[in-house]
Each structure stands twice: as structure tokens, then as C-alpha cells.
Design a protein around this ligand. Structure first.
Ligand SMILES: Nc1ncnc2c1ncn2[C@@H]1O[C@H](COP(=O)(O)OP(=O)(O)OP(=O)(O)O)[C@@H](O)[C@H]1O
Ligand SMILES: [Mg+2]
Length: 448
């Protein structure tokens, strides 16, 4: 069969017959990859599909099935929808296979067969993991197969309601001549899986590798093709993992799931409010407490900062748990508004527990930790800081203030410094101090 050369952008899947240094579609450099394709057979004439009125489309109630892991169901919006394709991405070793093996166990225990296609590990490896996790259901069927052409045969024989593909980068279709994981393979394999899912009502879980930037490896079109995109986040050196929804065609992406990795697998975190506070409450300078609302749950977060003279070197800004640029911005605001000479200092920042925070209301806590370290003054015990930091040094209002205050009071803190944002809910035992600008914090720290 005639073959044709094609160059596809690994970022946006733009196709071109010639190689280009820069993709004209997304503007990325060096992303055009060569794909050699067999010429497509001429299409046979298809029957025209009749257009129907919106009102005439029969309404089937969306039936959700519990995955057996409450935190996963929370992120999915109450469970999986039959016929959906769920892409789960995460760093190597974060626990993707572990999570889906546990999901397989709970689905199989409900009497529904699950097919697990393992393209990356041997059956022996999966069996060993299953023994460690206590996964023993005879309703889980494994196949160490990478060729997707056999998928239909397995489905025909096993009749699963759920199929797990570990991973989408490891499987291939032999009609596409490029290697597994290439743009053309990923597109073809995902298209086939989506077709099977929609026609059979089988739910597919696809494990996806991520690039070093943390995005799912492959073209963005892969994320467009599936129904749900989840990311599994966390630091391997910490046991807590966060499950976030990046896209969900059947629900919101506002919720997050919290899980803890242990020797027998992942378990749900039932009371997550204080898991990111360190065990010992030693009062040292550079430590501040703040809150972050993840999904609908407020978490108390410990921020640790270290400000030290950078000497003749270029001043460093290093952050773990927040975006580096955000740390640079907060340090610049403190320099400008408080007159701190931070441009001669290295600033290191760490969020305890290995969690990555995007909630802007933690800015004030970060600023408080940096100020405390710079002045070498300990923040009075029992104080929590909430607020977004504006570029001119104002402490800006935050969302879900009442929810945060209730959690702070429940955790036994006595004082909270909040932005001025209308009437505060009355909280017994909680002294709420309202501030408008960052310089008001200096007095609070100094008065002790
Ligand atoms: N005996 C053990 N006790 C505790 N945790 C373990 C044990 N063995 C493995 N783990 C945890 O499981 C993780 C590996 O899980 P898993 O293989 O599911 O990850 P993955 O995301 O599928 O990785 P990959 O990208 O390599 O496929 C390890 O990083 C470790 O955190
Ligand atoms: Mg794995």
C-alpha cells in the first residue's frame, strides 16, 4: 500500500506535509514529528444520518456507578457514567496503577467484570501489587497486550463493564506505522477506544504519562477526545495525593479528592483539614498558617519561608508547593511596600505536606512567613492569615470566608487576620482582625 510522509505537531496535532521548525498553529518550536502513514483506503459511501429535532431526542437518565473510592467519585461528580472515557495523568510512580487496580477491585466485587490491559508491566508485577493491596477479585481479568486490535476480542469474551488501559502511551494500532506513544498512535488508539466506549457503554480508564512540565504527554487533541481528564498530584516523598479534575463532560471540575498512599495502597482522607500542618508546633520564625479551599473543603496549611543574604550571587527565589513566579511577585511587593531589602536576599518557600496550591488566598500567609523570617520574629501562636496580596500591597477579599473561619475555629486557633470585606460572621472564641494593607501586619508580629 502507498505510504505518505506527514509531520504532526506533538503539542497541538497540526499536520503538514513538510517539516517546519516552528508550528504555525501553536507557535511551539521543534514539535513537528515525522509520521509515516499507510494511505487510507477509499471510503465506501456512507448512509446519511437524519437530523432530528432537539425535542425529539429520547432522554436517557444518566446513571452513575460508584468506583468504590469515594474521593474519586467526588471528583467525577458522583461516580462514572457508562460509556465515558476517563484519562488519568500523573507523574511516574505517583500511584496511577495502584488507584485503578483498587478501583478494579471494588467494581469487580459488585459482580461486574473488569478488563485490565497492561502494556507496561508484566502480569507477575501486577499480581505482586495486587497481593500487597489485598486485591483478589476473580472478576478482574488481565492481559499483557499492547495491540489494541485484540481489545474487541477480549471485550467479546469477558464482557467487562469497565476497561483499564495502563497506559495509553504503551498501546498501539498496527495500521499506524509509527511507534507507540507517537502523536498518530495516541490519536488513533484514543479514537478507537472512544468509539468502543460510546457504542458499547463500557467505561474506559486510560492512564496517561505526563511530560516534565506536568501536562499529559501527547497532543492536546487527546484531552479533547476523552470525556474526563483527571490529574493525580503529590510529592513522592509525602504520602498525600490530590486528585483534580481538569475536564469533566458530566460534572464540575471544582472538587478535589484527597488520598493517602500507604503500604496497602491508597486510602481516603476523611478529615483533611489539618493534614498539611506539621506534627510538632515548634514556634520558629518563618512559619505561618493559612487556609486554602480545595474543591469545597478548607485546608489549614503551614507555610515555611527562609530569607537569607544572597551575598554576591544573583538572589534566588525557590518555591515548593506554589508557582515560583508567585513567590517572586510577593517578594517584590514586600520589597516595594515595606522597604525590605529582599533584592539582596535569597527567598526559599515550602508548603508543608507536598501539596501544590493555586488558591490566591494563601498569599497573605506566604507574605507573613517571609516577613517573619526576614525580621527573625516568631508569629504569635494560634494566628492564621487569609488574603490575596494586591500589587500595591493591599490585602484583597477572598472567597468562602465563612467556611474558612469555621474550620479555623474548629481547629482551635484563636486569632485570624483577614481582609476587610463587609460584615464578618460572628465566631465565638475567634478574634478576627481586619486589615487593608500589608504594612499592618508588622505591628501584629511585633506586638507578639
Ligand atoms: N511497599 C510499599 N509500601 C508503600 N508504598 C509503596 C510500596 N510499594 C509501592 N509503593 C508506592 O506506590 C508507588 C508506585 O505506585 P504505582 O506503580 O501505582 O505508580 P504509577 O503512577 O502507576 O507509576 P508508573 O508511572 O511507573 O506506572 C510508589 O511510588 C510508592 O509510593
Ligand atoms: Mg503504573
Amino acid at each position: 500500500m502507498k505510504v505518505s510522509n506527514l509531520y504532526i505537531c506533538s503539542n497541538c496535532a497540526y499536520e503538514n506535509s513538510k517539516w517546519l521548525g516552528k508550528c504555525p498553529s501553536c507557535g511551539m518550536w521543534n514539535t513537528m514529528q515525522e509520521e509515516i502513514r499507510a494511505a487510507q483506503p477509499t471510503q465506501t459511501a456512507r448512509r446519511r444520518v437524519e437530523a432530528v429535532s432537539l425535542q425529539d431526542i429520547p432522554l436517557n437518565e444518566v446513571r452513575r456507578t460508584g468506583s468504590g473510592i469515594g474521593e474519586l467519585d467526588r471528583v467525577l461528580g458522583g461516580g462514572t457514567v457508562p460509556g465515558s472515557v476517563i484519562l488519568l495523568g500523573g507523574n511516574p510512580g505517583i500511584g496511577k496503577s495502584t488507584l485503578l487496580l483498587q478501583v478494579a477491585q471494588s467494581i469487580a466485587r459488585q459482580g461486574e467484570p473488569v478488563l485490565y490491559l497492561c502494556g507496561e508491566e508484566s502480569l507477575q508485577q501486577i499480581r505482586l501489587r495486587a497481593i500487597r493491596l489485598g486485591v483478589d477479585s476473580p472478576g478482574i481479568f488481565l492481559a499483557a497486550e499492547q495491540n489494541l486490535e485484540f481489545l474487541a476480542e477480549y471485550i467479546e469474551k469477558i464482557k467487562p463493564t469497565n476497561v483499564i488501559i495502563d497506559s495509553i502511551q504503551a498501546v498501539y494500532c498496527s495500521e499506524v506505522s509509527s511507534i507507540p506513544g507517537s502523536v498518530a498512535q495516541l490519536r488513533e488508539c484514543t479514537a478507537r477506544i472512544t468509539e468502543i466506549a460510546k457504542s458499547s457503554g463500557i467505561t474506559f480508564f486510560l492512564i496517561g504519562h505526563v511530560t516534565k512540565e506536568g501536562v499529559i504527554a501527547g497532543p492536546k487533541v487527546l484531552e479533547h477526545m476523552v470525556d474526563v481528564v483527571l490529574s493525580f498530584e503529590g510529592e513522592k516523598s509525602f504520602s498525600f495525593r490530590m486528585l483534580r479534575g481538569a475536564k469533566n463532560r458530566f460534572g464540575s471540575t471544582d472538587e478535589v479528592g484527597l488520598l493517602e498512599m500507604g503500604p496497602v495502597g491508597l486510602s481516603e482522607v476523611l478529615d483533611p483539614a489539618s493534614i498539611f500542618l506539621s506534627a510538632e508546633t515548634a514556634l520558629t520564625s518563618g512559619t505561618a498558617i493559612t487556609t486554602s479551599v480545595e474543591g469545597s473543603r478548607p485546608l489549614l496549611i503551614e507555610v515555611q519561608a527562609l530569607v537569607s543574604a544572597s551575598g554576591p550571587n544573583y538572589p534566588k527565589r525557590m518555591a515548593a508547593g506554589i508557582d515560583q513566579n508567585r513567590l517572586a511577585l510577593i517578594a517584590a511587593v514586600l520589597e516595594k511596600r515595606l522597604g525590605f531589602h529582599l533584592s539582596a536576599c535569597d527567598v526559599f518557600l515550602k508548603i508543608a505536606g507536598g501539596v501544590f496550591l493555586r488558591d490566591p488566598s494563601v498569599d497573605f500567609g506566604i507574605a507573613a512567613a517571609i516577613i517573619s523570617s526576614h525580621l527573625d520574629e516568631v508569629i504569635p501562636a494560634g494566628t492564621v492569615f487569609i488574603g490575596e496580596l494586591g500589587l500595591s500591597g493591599q490585602i484583597r477579599p477572598v472567597t468562602c470566608l465563612e467556611l474558612r473561619l469555621k474550620e479555623i475555629a474548629k481547629m482551635g486557633y484563636s486569632r485570624v487576620v483577614v481582609p476587610k470585606q463587609g460584615r464578618l460572621p460572628a465566631m465565638a472564641d475567634l478574634n478576627c482582625i481586619e486589615v487593608q494593607t500589608i504594612d499592618e501586619i508588622l505591628e501584629l508580629i511585633r506586638e507578639g
